[in-house]
Design a protein around this ligand. Sequence first.
Ligand SMILES: [Zn+2]
Length: 164
Amino acid sequence: MPQPRPSPAPDAKQIDAKPLDPMALAFDEARAAADRGEVPVGAVVTRDGTVLASAGNRTLEFKDPTAHAEMLALRLACEAIGSERLTGCDLHVTLEPCPMCAAAISFARIRRLYFGASDPKGGAVENGVRLYASPTCHHAPEVYGGLRESEAAALLRSFFQGRR
Ligand SMILES: [Zn+2]
């Protein structure tokens, strides 16, 4: 009996033709994190329009308070290019980074930081310590905040409401 042929993905070309949307990928990672019971934050590192790494929060799974999406994405990207510096790379994250991640982004020499919702309680870019404005910060990325902010905020809100 002839085996059914795997049908070619009809929209494969269409997918390829679409411009890369790293923030959409970051949201996918955030939703996947929520499905694992983690705080829904996702991060993606790109260079020259290519995704080097993507990750979601895994602090519970790894029992590691540093396993924020940004930290994991930075580590994976560094592994991918074999360097501790991500010069010319951009980071896309669904939530304003915390002080730890903001510092790691600086140390990694990330070129541009794109984030979704601002985080008045835990953020360190526009809120809190505003790390990149500090004189002890030796590399500040260009910052673009408030991207798909309502979607990012809704994702977090529904997660925390579900936990109550
Ligand atoms: Zn963080």
